[in-house]
Design a protein around this ligand. Structure first.
Ligand code: HEM
Ligand code: HEM
Ligand SMILES: *[C@@H]1O[C@H](CO)[C@@H](O)[C@H](O)[C@H]1NC(C)=O
Ligand SMILES: *[C@@H]1O[C@H](CO)[C@@H](O)[C@H](O)[C@H]1NC(C)=O
Ligand SMILES: *[C@@H]1O[C@H](CO)[C@@H](O)[C@H](O)[C@H]1NC(C)=O
Ligand SMILES: *[C@@H]1O[C@H](CO)[C@@H](O)[C@H](O)[C@H]1NC(C)=O
Length: 425
């Protein structure tokens, strides 16, 4: 009895200080952002006593292409930890980056992050447990940044990559992998004093937030400039330009409507291209303007300007001479080459900006439908004209209505004699 009493008391006196030491030693601040369907974006911190090491935990659902946390209250000059799935989808790639503004942050090898136990992907959750040993001061070109470990309300930012059916998830082993613009971002505060204590170690549970508060400003975001870029260029080059051929040859067979349509489309393409140049400043992959998509895009831009010029010039010459010119012939066939190149470049652009396979299939189907309709209408118009030329004598009145009839070269209307028809502007 007595012996067992002393034994139990001894055990208690042995364990009690250890247990209480463990719960008080490692300070921690934990921030939770609910993301629906019972999952959180979680960031937690511990800073050991007399140390500048940061022990951190970053986790969130794998349905977002990437997860990130950054110092400060805005992207500019922020030190960020970006995490995404590795190539085989079973672990995470952790990429410490520095940001110079509202654009893709750049990987920095001077930031040393050591990965700790628990890092990986499980249960549709990406988790990074790490230690950042050189993260309290940093250098970015001529700028330097630092983290105040004594602040009770140190601002931090979070960002979550694209999500949903239109995004192809990023899977890469490379720390310099290109990431797309966020679908969510915001600012929160962390009590760094609350996070300080112990000899370095992370909490075992993250379900209870502590030492943190939301700063508001949580925003749903999207890469809308990219979408407008795609709609302007796809709409102009792949839909409207081919429709211009229909306006000239099928209905209402009008050079004027052709000209108006192609001019509007050229302007729309111009807007899309200006946005393309802005987009190019946003991503590390595009800043040097040397990718296939950009170069081919610029070639197409020059081709469109040449197309417009040739069409205009051909028409001027035709009004003077009433015969077709080289410009007309080149204009006519070159137009289809430009459209084909634009279709290819749109596909390259979608691949390049991580559009999902669903989006690519949708794009392909749309291109096929437009092509079949346009080629069908043009073929039908040509068939009708050929038949007219071979046998049926056209009534003069018919020629008045349908202002072109000879489709063998350019859009010249030789049989109409140029005395009436499409030179009406
Ligand atoms: C490809 C990568 C990225 C691009 C292109 C990008 C672009 C942008 C743009 C254009 C804005 C302004 C949005 C607006 O005015 O509505 C913005 C804001 C913001 N982004 Fe990013 N971002 C990227 C990555 C990140 C990452 C990794 C984080 C988080 C660590 C982040 C956090 C924020 C926050 C908190 C804001 C609001 C504060 C501010 O304007 O700086 N971003 N971003
Ligand atoms: C015929 C010309 C072009 C077409 C049809 C085209 C089409 C597209 C499409 C469909 C996308 C994917 C957008 C998305 O997934 O939301 C894209 C992305 C992009 N385009 Fe173009 N584009 C053209 C020319 C250009 C040019 C000339 C530049 C710049 C020099 C450019 C820069 C970009 C950039 C930087 C992206 C990537 C955006 C991102 O990653 O989010 N494009 N383009
Ligand atoms: C993930 O990678 C880290 C670092 O390479 C490693 O320590 C960890 O054990 C890996 N986790 C899993 C689940 O494979
Ligand atoms: C996986 O997540 C679900 C809900 O998100 C949770 O109920 C379950 O306990 C988790 N399983 C493991 C092994 O963590
Ligand atoms: C720590 O960061 C500084 C400034 O960014 C850098 O010059 C230095 O090489 C880094 N040290 C280590 C050990 O990575
Ligand atoms: C998410 O965070 C909230 C608030 O801190 C917490 O009540 C909840 O249990 C957390 N859920 C998960 C799955 O961690």
């Amino acid at each position: 009895m007595l012996i067992s009493f002393f034994f139990v008391a001894g055990l208690l006196s042995f364990f009690t200080p250890v247990v209480s030491a463990a719960s008080t030693t490692n300070g921690a601040s934990i921030y939770n952002l609910p993301l629906g369907s019972n999952s959180n974006y979680t960031f937690a911190l511990n800073i050991p006593d007399d140390s500048t090491d940061l022990y951190f935990h970053l986790s969130g659902p794998t349905s977002y292409s990437w997860l990130a946390v950054g110092t400060g209250s805005e992207m500019k000059d922020s030190l960020m930890i970006v995490a995404y799935s590795n190539a085989d989808g079973k672990n995470v790639t952790v990429s410490p980056r520095l940001s110079s503004g509202e654009q893709e942050p750049e990987y920095s090898s001077s930031l040393a992050v050591t990965l700790l136990d628990g890092t990986g992907i499980a249960n549709n959750t990406m988790t990074v447990n790490g230690r950042c040993s050189n993260c309290t001061t940093w250098k970015m070109g001529s700028r330097t940044g630092s983290l105040d470990l004594k602040s009770s309300s140190q601002p931090w930012i979070y960002g979550l990559g694209p999500t949903g059916g239109s995004a192809r998830m990023l899977r890469s082993d490379s720390k310099t992998a290109s990431i797309e613009r966020h679908s969510k971002y915001g600012v929160f505060d962390m009590d760094m004093v609350h996070a300080t204590g112990g000899s370095g170690g992370l909490p075992t549970s993250y379900t209870t937030a502590q030492g943190s508060s939301s700063e508001g400003g949580d925003k749903d975001d999207s890469n809308w400039p990219s979408i407008i870029h795609a709609l302007c260029l796809g709409g102009a080059l792949i839909l409207l330009f081919p429709c211009g051929a229909i306006l000239l040859r099928v209905l209402p067979k009008s050079v004027r409507w052709h000209w108006v349509n192609q001019t509007i489309s050229t302007c729309l393409a111009g807007i899309g291209l200006v946005i393309g140049f802005y987009l190019s400043t946003q991503f590390t992959k595009s800043q040097s303007c040397s990718s296939t998509h950009q170069i081919l895009g610029i070639v197409i831009l020059l081709a469109i300007i040449a197309q417009w010029g040739m069409g205009f010039w051909h028409h001027r010459l035709y009004k003077k001479t009433q015969t077709s010119s080289m410009f007309g012939v080149v204009h006519r066939y070159f137009g289809f080459v430009v459209i084909l190149l634009a279709i290819i470049n749109g596909g390259i652009g979608l691949r390049w900006s991580y559009a999902s396979n669903g989006v690519l299939i949708g794009y392909s189907i749309a291109v096929i439908i437009v092509s079949v309709v346009i080629i069908g209408l043009l073929g039908w118009a040509r068939f009708k004209t050929n038949r007219g030329a071979k046998g049926f004598v056209r009534q003069p009145q018919e020629l008045d209505e349908f202002q072109t009839s000879d489709l063998s070269d350019g859009y010249v209307d030789r049989s109409a004699g140029g005395s009436h028809g499409y030179d009406r502007y």
